[in-house]
Structure formats: structure tokens, C-alpha cells
Design a protein around this ligand. Structure first.
Ligand code: SF4
Length: 516
């Protein structure tokens, strides 16, 4: 059978309004989809991640068929080893004049698909990803010529381009572009109190079918499906957005950096998984939040903080990913070589903050941004985990992690392995930061104020050891002046004790994988 054009749709490209689909001809084009992975990964994926992707894909497939498209769909368990082998096989079978796809958010995959098409002698028509609000060309035009592109200035241009939170005079609503000063509250000793739990989605028959498939075909996958509660259709994603705007957005800003024991969601949105699968339109989410401000439902610091994550940070990080796309996989600016400790997979650790944050990941493949940056990510950097392993762990375990977003966030922002492309300094902090922003330390056997001794908090020990071990590199960074000056105040005996304690902890964590 021959088709004039094959349209390849990838697992994170479930955008009903993609330019590629608007341009497609259901009569003559043939859509092809596979549940095969993008390529070889160091670690098997989390069960929730698999179930979410496959359920969302199957719903999307059925929507396309209902709209008259002919869809060839290859299920897991009966599929090619990876997406490019699948494409190769489809080209051989259908001898198309052309293959079309939306640009993948994965540089290596794009290379592999191009190679498969080239080998078969079929042109590959790569459509721009119209899900994003800033095109790659526009981002490059903005970033070219800037010594160090920073998100804040990019974000202001995005606000102006989309007329978001602007006065009639084109100035920022509320008199400022950024209200972060108001967004660093902790809960105090009384805790967060009652916050409505996120909406629960009923399992569709497709989701149930996928659960069985995951159990049967991916026995090596991490995590569990017991608490699976992710939107798998645009309608469910819309429900998740409604729920966030109604119940959590008003306090999201003030408490966006706060953490609390056994409270995984607090005021966070949990929308990133749906956004990154293209089940939710980013501009729709931005407009809904903006309306909540204008309706008097949510304050400016909350609305602006949420909008900045989507209109600013998300678009910025994607632009930065593509500008360095070929280089990320080699980056290791601090020469960190340690293997990921086993507790990243099991949450089996006496460090309460890590146990809490990692258990959430094991349970449902998720953690909010401050848990990723200032607990699990911070620990990896201070301990000296190979940043590529950190990124591969993140890509395997989190339901919302895709190469374009995970890699610059993990290699750059979290691990500082890019040497300062994404952030201008490492996000290095001791256990005192975690103590200030959570109640984790009150339930921990360690003491966040101690860097040495049996009760010393591993974060605090590794914080000083990190500054000490990277003294030469970090001393050149003026933004580290304050922290490095504090390090220089430590006398030789104290530094020797910190090094000894750090070595002993690393020895334990690298041999039996625990800290006890
Ligand atoms: Fe985490 Fe240290 Fe606090 Fe324990 S004392 S919860 S290890 S920061």
C-alpha cells in the first residue's frame, strides 16, 4: 500500500491544534504512532510516566480516527525497538512521497529520524511546534548578541508580545514585572492548614487497559500506579486547570517555595504533565490566570508568579535548550563523577527531606519545583553526582520530564553542569535553607545546624565540602563572594572535620546506598 504522506506523531505531541494537523489531509495522509521509546535510556521509566503517556496517546489516536484520519498505531509489547526503527519500517512498507512531523523536543531523536528518512531517500518535512508561544527563530533573534540571555528580560518581552498583565499604558499591572519578594513565605510552625486536595480523575477504560499493559510489559519499571491521578485527555486537563485556579492559585505565589511533611501538592498546580503532553494550551492557562486577577479572585503576586512560569521560564528554557542542543550531553562543568545513590530509587534514607520528596516521586512520579531544585537536585549537586545521571533519573522518574525541559533545568539550573548558561551561580545551600522553608528537619534525626559529628545534616556537611572542593572555580564567580567569604572563615581543623565527615557519608551512601 502506498500513502502520499506519512504523518508521524510522537508521544508528547498530542496537540489537537498543531500546524501539522491543520495542514493534513485525512483522505490521503496516513498518521503513524508508536508506543516504542525514543531511544535507549540509562534507566527504565516510572510506571506512572508510562501509563500517562500511553493512555494520553491512545485517547489522541481515537480522537484522530473520530475526525476521519487513518491512524496506524503500534502498541507496546508489539512494537519496534525505538521510534526511528518504527519510522524506517513504515517508510519501507508504505513508500511515501514524504514524511512530516512536528519538530521533536529532543535533539538526538530529531537526528535519528532525519537519518532514517535520509537512508530511505524520503524527504522529512519538519513543522514548527506551534504549541510554544515563542518560535525558535524569534528566541534566537532575541538572544543573539546578548552576552548572557536572562529569563527576566525575555519574559517582559513575552508579556508585551501577548499583552499579558499590562496596563493601557503598556506598563506592568501592579507596578512591577516581578513580585518574587512576596513569594518566599514559609508556613510557620502551625503549618499550611486545610487546602482542598487536587481534583480526582475517574479512570477511563483506556487508562485501565494501559495499567494492565504496563504491569505485563514493563515489570522492570519503577514506582507504582496505586495513586495515579493525572489528566489523560484535554477535557481532564481543563478540569485540572479549573481546579487549580479555583482552589490553589490565590495562595500559590506566597507559598510557592514552601514545603511541608506529607503534603505533596500544597498550592502547586500539577499542570506541567498535561502542558508538556500538549493536552493543555499554555496561552489558555495564562489567560485564565490573568482573568482570575482581573476578577479579584487571586492577587497579583500569585497570578504573576504562575504566568511567569509558563510565559517566561517554560519558553525561555526551551529556547536555551535548542541553542545548546548538541552540547548538553557532554556538559559537566564541576567534573562531578559520583553514581546516583540508591535511595533516589527507593526513598530509603534517614534524611527526612529526601525521604519525603523521593517517596512522592516513587509514588506518583512528581514533585513540585522547589523540591526538585532545593532538595533532590541540591543534594545531587552537593554530593557530586554525575549530572548526566541526575538528568537521566529525572527523565525516567517524573511524569512531566522531556528532553527540552528536563535537560536545561537539570544540567543547567539544578546541577550547574553548564558552567553558567542557565543560571549565573550554583543553587548551593545548606540544611538551614530546608529548615527555613519546611518542617522536614523537625522530624529528622539530623541537625541542620551541624556540619560535623554523627548528627550533622548531610546537606550542611556537603554544602561546605562542595564550596571547599570547588573553591577555585567558584571563587571566580562574584555572585558566590558571600558564600566563599564564609568558607574562608572556617579554620583548618573545622575544614578537616567537614572533609572527614563528607568522606564517611559518601563511603556509606555509595556502598550500601543508605546514609545510616
Ligand atoms: Fe534534610 Fe538535613 Fe533537615 Fe534532615 S536535618 S530534613 S537531612 S535538611
Amino acid at each position: 500500500m502506498s500513502a502520499s504522506r506519512l504523518i508521524l506523531i510522537l508521544r508528547d505531541q498530542l496537540d489537537r491544534s498543531a500546524a501539522l494537523l491543520n495542514d493534513a489531509d485525512p483522505e490521503n495522509d496516513r498518521v503513524i504512532m508508536t508506543e516504542a521509546p525514543y531511544g535507549q535510556r540509562r534507566f527504565p521509566p516510572h510506571k506512572s510516566r508510562l501509563a500517562l503517556c500511553l493512555a494520553a496517546m491512545r485517547h489522541f489516536r481515537d480522537d484522530l480516527r473520530a475526525n476521519g484520519f487513518s491512524v496506524h498505531y503500534e502498541p507496546a509489547g508489539d512494537c519496534a525497538t525505538d521510534v526511528s526503527s518504527f519510522l524506517h519500517k513504515q517508510i519501507e512498507e508504505h513508500a511515501p512521497d514524504q514524511v512530516a512531523l512536528t519538530e521533536p523536543g529532543n535533539y538526538a531523536l530529531l537526528q535519528d529520524l532525519q537519518a532514517a528518512a535520509d537512508e530511505a531517500g524520503v524527504p522529512l518535512d519538519v513543522y514548527p511546534d506551534t504549541h510554544f508561544l515563542c518560535t525558535k527563530d524569534d528566541f534566537d533573534a532575541w538572544a543573539d548578541g546578548r552576552k548572557s540571555p536572562t529569563m527576566e528580560y525575555f519574559y517582559r518581552e513575552q508579556r508585551r508580545a501577548y499583552d499579558v498583565l499590562l496596563t493601557e499604558e503598556d506598563e506592568p499591572v501592579g507596578g512591577d514585572w516581578n513580585f518574587d519578594e512576596e513569594n518566599r513565605e514559609s508556613f510557620g510552625k502551625d503549618g499550611p492548614g486545610l487546602i482542598p486536595e487536587p481534583v480526582r480523575f475517574s479512570l477511563t477504560s483506556i487508562t485501565e487497559e494501559v495499567f494492565d499493559l504496563v504491569d505485563e510489559h514493563f515489570p522492570e519499571a519503577y514506582g507504582a500506579l496505586d495513586s495515579f491521578n493525572w489528566p489523560v485527555t484535554p477535557a481532564q486537563a481543563e478540569q485540572a486547570l479549573d481546579d487549580f485556579i479555583e482552589h490553589r492559585l490565590p495562595s500559590f505565589g506566597a507559598y510557592q517555595d514552601a514545603m511541608w511533611t506529607d503534603r505533596p501538592t500544597l498550592y502547586h498546580s500539577r499542570l506541567s504533565a498535561a502542558l508538556n503532553l500538549r493536552l493543555l494550551d499554555p496561552l489558555d492557562a495564562v489567560r485564565r490566570a490573568e482573568s482570575a486577577y482581573h476578577d479579584g479572585h487571586a492577587p497579583i503576586n500569585a497570578v504573576e508568579g504562575f504566568i511567569r512560569q509558563i510565559l517566561g521560564w517554560r519558553e525561555f528554557i526551551r529556547g536555551i535548550y535548542w541553542r545548546h542542543a548538541a552540547d548538553w550531553s557532554e556538559m559537566n562543568a564541576l567534573d562531578a563523577q559520583a553514581d546516583l545513590p540508591d535511595f533516589y530509587w527507593t526513598a530509603d534514607t534517614e534524611m527526612t527531606c529526601m525521604r519525603q520528596c523521593l517517596q512522592q516521586v516513587v509514588d506518583e512520579g512528581h514533585g513540585h519545583h522547589i523540591q526538585r531544585l532545593m532538595v533532590t537536585g541540591l543534594f545531587g549537586m552537593l554530593y557530586g553526582v554525575d549530572p548526566q545521571q541526575m538528568n537521566d533519573w529525572h527523565l525516567a522518574m517524573y511524569v512531566d520530564a522531556w528532553d527540552w525541559v528536563s535537560t536545561p533545568n537539570m544540567i543547567g539550573m539544578s546541577q550547574y553542569a553548564d558552567g553558567g548558561i542557565v543560571g549565573t551561580k550554583p543553587y548551593a545551600a545548606s540544611g538551614k535553607y530546608i529548615n527555613r522553608m519546611s518542617n522536614y528537619c523537625t522530624h529528622c534525626r539530623y541537625d541542620p545546624d551541624q556540619a560535623t559529628g554523627d548528627d550533622a545534616c548531610p546537606f550542611t556537611t556537603f554544602y561546605w565540602a562542595f564550596l571547599d572542593e570547588n573553591r577555585d572555580t567558584l571563587s571566580d564567580n562574584y555572585r558566590m563572594n558571600f558564600q566563599m567569604a564564609n568558607l574562608r572563615r572556617k579554620d583548618d581543623d573545622t575544614l578537616a572535620s567537614i572533609r572527614e565527615r563528607a568522606e564517611a557519608l559518601r563511603e556509606r551512601m555509595s556502598t550500601d546506598g543508605t546514609d545510616s
